[in-house]
Design a protein around this ligand. Structure first.
Ligand code: NAD
Length: 332
């Protein structure tokens, strides 16, 4: 079967691609695991990196906001993981780009699925940015979506579109509402949350880092390992598992910027670590303050979606899975 990952050259796209290649199969239209014969990684540039040199992989460069490109991309796919996006601070900085990629791009993916007539599975990545304003101490399955940024609005609309296209029988869709995925590999991106990964990643690779928020700033995080597990589980669960909203809020663990900094020393070993410099950026602080300070999703727990045991486990997984590749990137 053909599987497409949009945003396939991005952080989570490549992590998921490696997992799909390793598993070799995913639930198909029969409701049972079927072999993956073609895995298309679609992005603005060609995806590359360790573990992606595989005969089943096809990389394609293009623009998700181009309807004709997306129509050809999705044709014949049994599953689409739709990850392509301009992330939070990027969508806030460039209003037109955010709507073009995050809204028009999502609509193109869904329309292409509808036109194909084969009711493919679609997993859409939403975000905690779908919440904002006056929030309870922890958002839960019943907390209404109240986005306060363009990115949050675009992700919320995406969730509603996934719900409606599913209701009409055009797709079998699920929106997975992610906390901040930490530790992110590669270079810092334009997400307002990027500091939560940089504060660990840069010092552990011997580099200094600037943290733009105060030490007591809270972030709810989930490791890439648990996130990829969640994508696979969300994809494979039966259509009615998520209820009428077709969306799932993933749990994470609550950490502060200071706790993240403190974890560096516990995992430094013999490495020479970089330093954290605190340089306040009111714009980033305001975005982060507007996000949920905790998550409590009974639905995710009852469906078997797991969180990391603690922050130390998150850091250990980063060191085991990604540190070598990150060191090579830094050295290049
Ligand atoms: N990583 C997180 O902490 C997090 C949290 C919540 C939600 N999400 C969502 O999960 C998804 C994946 O996140 P990620 O961390 O891998 O982000 P990422 O930025 O690494 O990947 C997104 C990819 O989308 C691609 N893209 C952007 N514009 C495009 C266009 N016009 N056409 C084609 N591709 C385009 C980018 O080049 C990038 O490779 C995104 O939708 C993101 O909004 C991520």
């Amino acid at each position: 079967m053909k599987v497409v990952i949009t945003g396939g050259a991005g952080f989570l796209g490549k992590k998921l691609a490696r997992r799909l290649l390793a598993d070799g199969a995913i639930v198909g239209s029969s409701g049972k695991p079927e072999p993956i014969t073609e895995l298309v990684l679609f992005d603005v540039g060609h995806a590359s990196g360790p573990g992606l040199d595989d005969a089943r992989i096809r990389t394609q460069a293009g623009d998700i906001a181009d309807a004709a490109t997306v129509s050809a991309l999705v044709r014949g796919a049994a599953t689409v993981f739709h990850f392509a996006a301009v992330v939070s601070a990027g969508a806030e900085a460039d209003f037109d780009l955010g709507y073009r990629v995050n809204l028009d791009g999502t609509r193109h993916v869904l329309e292409a699925c509808r036109a194909g007539g084969a009711c493919p599975r679609v997993v859409f990545t939403s975000s905690l940015a779908a919440y904002g304003g006056a929030l309870p101490p922890a958002v839960s399955d019943d907390t209404p979506l109240t986005p306060q940024t363009s990115y949050g609005a675009q992700k919320s609309i995406g969730e509603f579109l996934v719900r409606d296209y599913t209701r009409k029988g055009y797709i079998r869709g699920t929106a997975v509402r992610l906390p901040t995925i930490c530790v992110r590999t590669g270079l810092p991106n334009k997400a307002a949350s990027t500091w939560a990964s940089s504060i660990l990643r840069e010092p552990l690779t011997g580099r200094d880092v600037v943290c733009p928020v105060t030490g007591d700033t809270v972030m709810v995080v989930l490791s890439p390992r648990k996130t990829v597990d969640a994508f696979m589980r969300a994809h494979d669960l039966p259509a009615d598992a998520f209820g009428p909203a077709r969306a799932l809020l993933l749990n994470g663990i609550r950490v502060t910027a200071k706790e993240l900094e403190a974890a560096i020393g516990r995992h430094a070993g013999n490495r020479r670590t970089g330093r954290v410099e605190w340089q306040h950026d009111p714009a980033i602080q305001a975005i982060c303050n507007g996000w949920p300070q905790g998550i409590d999703s009974a639905k995710a727990r009852s469906l078997g979606f797991e969180v990391d045991r603690d922050l130390d486990e998150v850091v250990r997984h980063f060191i085991a899975d990604d540190l070598d590749e990150q060191l090579k990137l830094v050295a290049a």
